[in-house]
Design a protein around this ligand. Structure first.
Ligand SMILES: Cc1cc2nc3c(=O)[nH]c(=O)nc-3n(C[C@H](O)[C@H](O)[C@H](O)COP(=O)(O)OP(=O)(O)OC[C@H]3O[C@@H](n4cnc5c(N)ncnc54)[C@H](O)[C@@H]3O)c2cc1C
Length: 297
């Protein structure tokens, strides 16, 4: 069976949008293809008339500081991302996550844009980006707009972007300031290579011995990637403690909607591990605020 008829390699975002709009049948962008090609081959995605390859569009492969933010192109291969000193400085949680995605062969082609647009609630890159308050730069034929990352998800595997009319060009991330750090951790089956049993990202701002501000993202804890805002509220302005305060654990378990998945883990296991993962990730982020301070001195 033919799973696509036409394959175009776009040179610009504008050309990609025109090719998608002009396709007579169903059309879809493709970046590294590590999710989409498997979905097409294994029948989870219906056959397509047209695939428009975004992977060689120069604008979408950039990584630079632009307008006081860190811009990461949606089509930058993950192996290039993990080598970037700029990303290491400003987005350590994203580096933790990107280094764990697949193996070297997958990271040679897989992209952050694909990780987000595939819209799984526990995609590692997505969870890290959510904790960093990233925004998505989205292009349509007539205009471009910046959208908070959390608004890109409609349900498991359902992106809010229209594949015929919209392309995710890249992400804008706030630059790291003094006293800020971030970290990502996941629980994975030992032989696992794709989606985590549980993953969690923390960004925090330290003020002396207190957590002045915090953002937490966790997956899979609902139909879409979850910002754990109640847990954040339970930890914000509190002194940092090496053991997780009971009100933070209570908030995390109350706002997370864990479920049993046949190939990965039970709801009970995820509930048991969520607090452990938060405590561990929090500890790494807190320690990094101290390490970074020492480096900055
Ligand atoms: C062996 C293996 C191991 C893996 N391990 C992990 C892992 O540990 N953690 C993890 O999170 N994931 C993992 N994955 C999943 C996958 O590699 C990632 O989600 C990857 O980042 C997807 O990027 P891609 O460029 O290959 O996406 P593609 O497959 O090219 O695209 C995915 C979807 O996004 C859309 N899309 C892509 N780019 C854009 C864009 N710029 N604008 C609009 N739509 C777009 C496509 O139309 C498609 O619907 C693994 C996959 C494999 C095969």
């Amino acid at each position: 069976m033919t799973i696509w008829k036409n394959y175009f390699l776009a040179e610009t975002v504008q050309e990609a949008l025109e090719l998608l709009a002009q396709s007579e049948g169903d059309a879809c962008p493709i970046a590294g293809g590590t999710d989409l090609l498997l979905d097409l081959q294994q029948g989870r995605h219906p056959p397509l008339d047209t695939l428009v390859d975004l992977s060689q569009i120069p604008e979408m492969r950039q990584l630079e500081i632009r307008g006081g933010k860190l811009f990461i192109g949606a089509a930058l291969p993950l192996n290039r991302l993990v080598e970037s000193p700029l990303a290491q400085q400003h987005a350590p949680t994203l580096m933790d996550a990107a280094r764990l995605i697949g193996g070297p062969q997958v990271r040679n082609t897989a992209t952050l844009g694909g990780n987000v647009c595939h819209a799984l609630p526990a995609a590692d890159g997505t969870i890290a980006l959510l904790s960093l308050n990233a925004t998505a730069l989205v292009a349509r034929l007539e205009q471009r707009c910046e959208i908070p990352l959390g608004e890109l998800f409609r349900g498991p595997g359902k992106s809010a972007l229209d594949p015929r009319r919209e392309i995710l060009v890249g992400f804008n991330l706030p630059l790291r300031e003094a006293g800020q750090a971030s970290a990502f951790r996941r629980v994975m089956r030992p032989q696992g290579v794709a989606i985590a049993i549980l993953n969690l990202a923390v960004w925090l701002q330290r003020a002396a011995t207190r957590i002045a501000d915090i953002r937490i993202a966790i997956g899979p804890a609902g139909p879409t990637p979850l910002r754990a805002v109640q847990t954040e509220a339970a930890l914000r302005s509190q002194p940092y403690q090496p053991t997780l305060p009971p009100q933070a654990l209570e908030a995390l378990l109350s706002e997370s909607r864990f479920r049993t998945s046949p190939h990965r883990a039970t709801e009970a296991y995820r509930r048991a591990m969520a607090g452990v993962l938060l405590q561990e990730t929090l500890e790494v982020a807190w320690q990094r605020t101290l390490d970074v301070e020492n480096q900055d001195d």
